[in-house]
Ligand binder design. Structure first.
Ligand SMILES: [Zn+2]
Length: 178
């Protein structure tokens, strides 16, 4: 991941972002571009059927920022994404495939600068993998349908789960409640 100069700089950025993951209580307005979903499949399928595409296909479907996070496990800088300070009622879907991943009712103020949720919209919407990159052991959260990287889950969240799903805004697209 850190072979190229560009990749190295990207890793440094990720480290800085991680350092900022501790609550700091900032209250800046949400900024950043609205992510563009690569696909518009069923948001709430009865059964989550995996979607597999090549990197070239994903590059054609996604914005550069979404590709970097979803397909290369990048991390957006804290307090720069569109949704960390977003309080609208609705849900967020995967920017890669449109699967509904999290609901606004499970969102909470973590102070980290990333959208934070206590649980996914349903247990089958995300998968969690052990991530040992950057010299740390973390639990990576990916979309259950397209495998797109969403963020990480930590065990310092609020009730009822005690979990904190720390998710990149650029991995998500907001959908208002209808
Ligand atoms: Zn997805």
């Amino acid at each position: 991941m850190c072979l190229s100069r560009r990749g190295f700089v990207s890793c440094l950025g990720a480290l800085g972002a991680l350092a900022a993951c501790a609550p700091v209580g900032a209250d800046a307005a949400p900024t950043g571009p609205e992510p563009t979903p690569g696909l518009a499949l069923d948001a709430d399928p009865a059964v989550v059927v995996p979607v597999v595409r090549t990197d070239a296909e994903w590059k054609a479907l996604l914005s550069a920022d979404s590709f970097r996070v979803l397909r290369e496990a990048g991390t957006e800088r804290a307090f720069t994404g569109r949704y960390w300070n977003d309080h609208r009622t609705g849900a967020v879907v995967c920017a890669g495939c449109g699967l509904r991943l999290f609901d606004s009712g499970d969102k909470f103020e973590s102070g980290t600068g990333w959208p934070s949720f206590t649980r996914p919209a349903a247990p089958d919407r995300v998968k969690v993998h052990r991530d040992v990159t950057l010299g740390m052991v973390r639990e990576e959260v990916v979309c259950a349908r397209c495998g797109g990287h969403q963020g990480h889950v930590f065990d310092d969240g609020p009730a009822p789960t005690g979990l904190r799903y720390c998710i990149n805004s650029v991995s998500l697209v907001f959908r208002a409640a209808t």
